[in-house]
Write a protein that binds this ligand. Structure first.
Ligand code: URA
Ligand code: SF4
Length: 240
């Protein structure tokens, strides 16, 4: 064997070993998280400069959302209110305080979950977001979901519920995990609504307390029956 041939065999073995080594390393997971972080930062920058709908004109700050790129749980609210618009962060007003308490009751810290909204800019006077505003903003939310790839999505209130369960009534489905397009989604009452209505408050408190169990069961189901990509036409499977 010539020296050149010997070197190319050595280099080939080395390349193979490096690839095998990288595949075995958890640093691959780090690389995936780093990519997700890049994408989330890119989305946030686009949102802050976004002019896609009329809400851009009246916002003080856009609210892209916040949380770790590898969050197991993603919470999706409706849209920024007064305090969120002032600070550019989601759920920082009274409903945010209540949300923090709900998370704590489930054993989670706020910093562990990703918090986003259906629309990223405040509707004036906290009016409901319009269908065209939700549609204009949806691509950002879709990209956030894809980047984070959470184990469970928790929708807060009617508008984020409608994204996954069109036509459903929240009184009928709250707290029940369902698989929608291969993802586990749980609809819950909005903390702002629940804050002042004792019956809803009790329901949302109970639903949050059950969240760890829901996630455990979802993980077991996924292992036993791996999601086969997108289910046809938004088919909803009742899990538990
Ligand atoms: N309500 C929401 O739906 N989202 C927020 O970020 C704050 C209040
Ligand atoms: Fe853009 Fe969404 Fe803000 Fe509308 S609500 S301007 S689509 S970021």
């Amino acid at each position: 064997m010539t020296k050149i041939e010997w070197m190319s065999v050595r280099l080939g073995t080395l390349a193979f070993n490096v690839t095998a080594f990288q595949m075995a390393l958890p640093s691959n997971a780090c690389a995936i998280i780093a990519l997700a972080m890049d994408e989330l930062q890119a989305i946030a920058a686009e949102v802050r400069a976004c002019q896609r709908c009329a809400l851009a004109a009246s916002r003080k700050h856009a609210v892209p959302g916040e949380g770790p790129a590898d969050a197991e749980i993603m919470l999706i609210g409706e849209g920024p209110g007064f305090h969120e618009d002032q600070q550019g962060r989601p759920f920082v007003g009274p409903s945010g305080q209540f949300l923090n308490e709900l998370l704590a009751s489930a054993g989670y810290r706020r910093e562990q979950v990703f918090i986003a909204n259906v629309v990223k800019c405040r509707p004036p006077g906290n009016r409901d977001p319009l269908p065209e505003e939700i549609a204009a903003c949806d691509e950002y939310l879709e990209r956030q979901i894809r980047a984070i790839n959470p184990k469970v999505i928790v929708t807060l209130g009617r508008y984020s519920m409608a994204k996954f369960f069109s036509g459903a009534k929240i009184s009928a489905i709250h707290g029940k995990a369902r698989r929608v397009n291969g993802r586990v989604v749980v609809a819950m009452y909005h903390p702002a609504a629940a804050l002042h209505q004792p019956a809803l408050r009790e329901a949302v408190e109970e639903d949050f307390r059950r969240l760890p169990e829901i996630i455990r069961q979802a993980a077991q189901e996924a292992e036993a029956d791996p999601p086969s990509g997108a289910a046809s036409g938004g088919e909803q499977l009742s899990l538990f």
